[in-house]
Write a protein of this length. Sequence first.
Length: 142
Amino acid sequence: MRFWDSSALLPLIVEEDRSRSCRDLLRADPEVFAWTFGPLEVLGGCCRKRREGTLDEAGLVAARRRLEQAARRWRRVADSAPVREAAERALLTHDVKTAAALQLAAALVWSEGKPRGRQFVGADDRLLAAASAEGFTTIRPA
């Protein structure tokens, strides 16, 4: 059972250096837990790639279709009040940006405040350090 940060979900939707590693992790444990706004962050990553020119318009359309299909299977942490409270604490405790604090908070809510033995998948080094400090076993896809 793993919580997936959007930085690890994006390579499942568009090809990146770490896509193969992310697909291997997904095959090993196909149950994805993500923050309720994780798919929106993944879409944001796809749009950023389009603006940067690394994804063309047809690629963006295909990525949105893959994202919609994949996100239907993801289990989402949606309870906003506990996530907001945990995100506030994360911002005060860790060197993370607001979006990362929300991801970490969603993972903490998902783990019911008991992150030991739970896996957190992501590619953001600061977020992974914070998740590790909270007690998660972190996985950074290669």
